[in-house]
Design a protein around this ligand. Structure first.
Ligand SMILES: N[C@@H](CCC(=O)N[C@@H](CS)C(=O)NCC(=O)O)C(=O)O
Length: 260
């Protein structure tokens, strides 16, 4: 018989299947369900699930209908942001939290908690999330942070910060730690690769000449190597990303849904 997985719905922990009244349970055929929109932050999670060889289902969040703002999605993530990964421990949101949880749960793609490399890995994972990704959101969604008339000024101001973040990360890649190495991907590698892809593409009608992959040659090598991996090929096919999604990205032509 095919294995079934019991999922709590909402941010509720359960001790054992069926033991608590009032907890809604969804029965699924895979241990994970990724709520995704093409070429959104959910792409990082898809790549990592594929790279770890984990079985998962997907549910499209229809951005054309602003489904991320609707009550069903907000029950999973009250912040209305993509992605969410439903797990047997409940839904997880925040990209870096999902990545760290997957790495620790499956003992893959990150230094283990007792590894001497753990501290260095964690500080750069958090930098990628708290600083790089947060600044990228200012670039992509400037109108959420300031009056529309000033949005371009804000975008102009954030670009030098992003370039500086990339310079620093390129220096880390030059020292080639196991968790940012061209030969073997970590969760952080895929997170950075996706963020660099988005810098090259979004926002669609803004100046993007400030971003040149060749300015960060050590990161460029890391990204190039990711493109030949089966996990990347699977994501290309699922989300219509084109053949060089990290080093020479094109807008997604997804089989379902839309990026914005
Ligand atoms: N801090 C969040 C950011 C996620 C995020 O920015 N998601 C975007 C898609 S790539 C989103 O949901 N945008 C819709 C919105 O801001 O309304 C995370 O790391 O998961």
């Amino acid at each position: 018989m095919t294995q079934k997985y019991a999922f709590p719905i909402g941010n509720v922990a359960i001790e054992a299947f069926g033991t608590q009244a009032g907890v809604y349970i969804r029965i699924m055929n895979a241990p994970y369900r990724l709520h995704y929109a093409p070429d959104n932050a959910s792409l990082v999670i898809r790549l990592v699930l594929e790279e770890m060889g984990l079985s998962f289902e997907t549910t499209l969040v229809d951005r054309r209908q602003s489904a991320q703002d609707g009550p069903a999605y907000r029950a999973l993530n009250p912040n209305g942001l993509i992605p969410v990964l439903e797990t047997p421990q409940g839904p997880i949101f925040e990209t870096a939290a999902i990545l760290l949880w997957l790495a620790d749960t499956h003992g893959q793609m990150a230094p283990a908690p007792d590894s001497p490399d753990r501290a260095a890995f964690l500080k750069w994972l958090f930098f990628a999330s708290n600083t790089l990704h947060a600044d990228l959101r200012v670039l992509f969604y400037a109108e959420k942070y300031i009056d529309t008339a000033q949005a371009d000024t804000l975008r102009h101001g954030i670009r030098p910060r992003l370039r500086q973040h990339l310079r620093v990360l390129n220096d880390v890649a030059r020292s080639a730690p196991d968790w940012l190495h061209a030969d073997q991907p970590s969760v952080l590698t895929y997170y950075l690769a996706c963020q660099m892809r988005w810098m090259a593409l979004y926002p669609a009608r803004a100046d993007r000449s400030w971003y040149q992959l060749a300015d960060t040659p050590y990161l460029q090598t890391v990204l190039m190597n990711l493109e030949s991996r089966p996990a990347t090929r699977a994501a290309i096919s699922a989300e219509g990303l084109g053949i060089t999604p990290f080093t020479s990205p094109a807008y997604a032509k997804p089989p379902e849904g839309s990026a914005t």
